[in-house]
Design a protein around this ligand. Structure first.
Ligand code: AG3
Length: 270
């Protein structure tokens, strides 16, 4: 018998992975987590029925959520990652030789399962500059500060992540940043959920002077077309050029990722 895991992208559209086996299924304090061994995408982490990351295409998401804000900042020394318990964003942040990378993950099971089943992603935890805090990112930004770059690597805006898309949270993010600080956040697919990135854009615009949306192509996420939002009180532009070992990101991608198709541009026009 064939085994499949499907994520419902809409009520009528789904993406299926043929799987070799279910490696783990746990109900944590916060969410329902599966790890599957797939045929074509390596190990797959699923939270509340939604694909979070696969060994085969995780590089796109992690490189794009990190290198765009990190190269927009002139000298990122202290980095905060909210969510990102798999360690992938931290792994990419380390390529910039920062002093400290703090990961604030609400669900310790995400960290444990990633260490066990996604070692190539979670290896960042072995680096002494990476500090893991198991706790609520919303509270963390109220109590900590002086970060150069804050990366919000969350699940979709349902369940424990809802508060990470609200204006009040962005105000605290701003307070937790240095004056030239930069925030970047995953903001969903414009194809099925335009309201999501528009909402992020609107809320960030209420707090930061400059807000931009950029895109990446992620095969295993709904529609494959994914948005990230970046905001700062300084203009969003490339400020550094370092040589990075990457599989997706390069300087042409930095420039082209901000080019939006008309239907995306038009969604959020007020
Ligand atoms: N976090 C963003 C996942 C969003 C995917 N949504 C979905 N499949 N419906 C990814 C975590 C990787 N560090």
């Amino acid at each position: 018998m064939e085994l499949w895991f499907d994520e419902m992208h809409t009520r009528n559209v789904r993406l299926g992975f043929r799987i070799k086996r279910e490696l783990e299924h746990v109900r944590s304090e916060f969410q329902d987590i599966h790890v599957f061994e797939t045929y074509d995408y390596g190990n797959l982490l699923v939270i509340d029925g939604t694909v979070q990351t696969t060994e085969r295409d995780e590089f796109v998401y992690h490189e794009m959520i990190v290198h765009v804000p990190m190269l927009t900042h002139p000298n990122p020394r202290r980095v905060l990652i909210i969510g990102g318990g798999d360690g992938g964003a931290a792994r990419e942040a380390l390529k910039h030789e920062p002093e400290e990378v703090h990961v604030v993950e609400i669900d310790k099971m995400v960290v444990e399962l990633s260490r066990k089943y996604l070692p190539g992603i979670a290896k960042s935890y072995e680096d002494s500059r990476v500090h893991l805090h198991v706790g609520d990112g919303i509270k963390f930004v109220e109590e900590n500060g002086e970060f150069d770059v804050i990366i919000i690597d969350s699940t979709d805006p349902v369940g424990p992540a809802v508060g990470l898309f609200e204006k009040k949270f962005y105000e605290n993010v701003k307070n937790a940043l240095t004056p030239k600080g930069i925030v970047a956040q995953q903001s969903g697919t414009p194809y099925y959920h335009p309201e999501e990135f528009c909402n992020v854009k609107r809320n960030l615009s209420g707090v930061f002077k400059y807000v931009r949306t950029y895109l990446a192509y992620i095969p295993t996420y709904p529609s494959g077309m994914w948005t990230f939002s970046i905001a700062s009180d300084e203009e969003i532009k490339l400020r550094r050029n370092i040589s990075l070992r990457t599989k997706y990101f390069n300087l042409n991608i930095y420039r082209s990722a901000f080019a939006l198709p008309n239907f995306v541009e038009e969604y959020c026009k007020d």
